[in-house]
Write a protein that binds this ligand. Structure first.
Ligand code: ZN
Length: 88
């Protein structure tokens, strides 16, 4: 489900681009519950999120109980699905 959302968001970002440069990118919450809620990421943050394998951006409060919160921001959270990777 979260991978599907990522694909949807790739399309959303393409649409955003065609509308011109923006200081924020609206993407769907990737909590996997099909909440359909948009959150706004800075372009740099979105580039970071999409390049991070197994990590997703969700609204605060939408993180799953077993999700590992990697970063906590005012308007969104970066979460890793499943078991967190051991830090070397
Ligand atoms: Zn959500």
């Amino acid at each position: 489900m979260q991978r599907l959302l990522r694909e949807v968001n790739e399309t959303v970002v393409e649409v955003n681009r065609t509308l011109g440069p923006a200081d924020g990118i609206d993407v769907l919450c990737e909590c996997g519950d099909a909440c359909g809620t948009f959150l706004t990421l800075a372009p740099d943050d979105y580039a970071r999120v999409r390049s991070a394998e197994g990590q997703f951006c969700v609204l605060p409060g939408h993180e799953h109980a077993d999700a590992h919160v990697v970063e906590r921001h005012e308007r969104w959270l970066l979460v890793a699905a499943g078991d967190p990777q051991p830090v070397p």
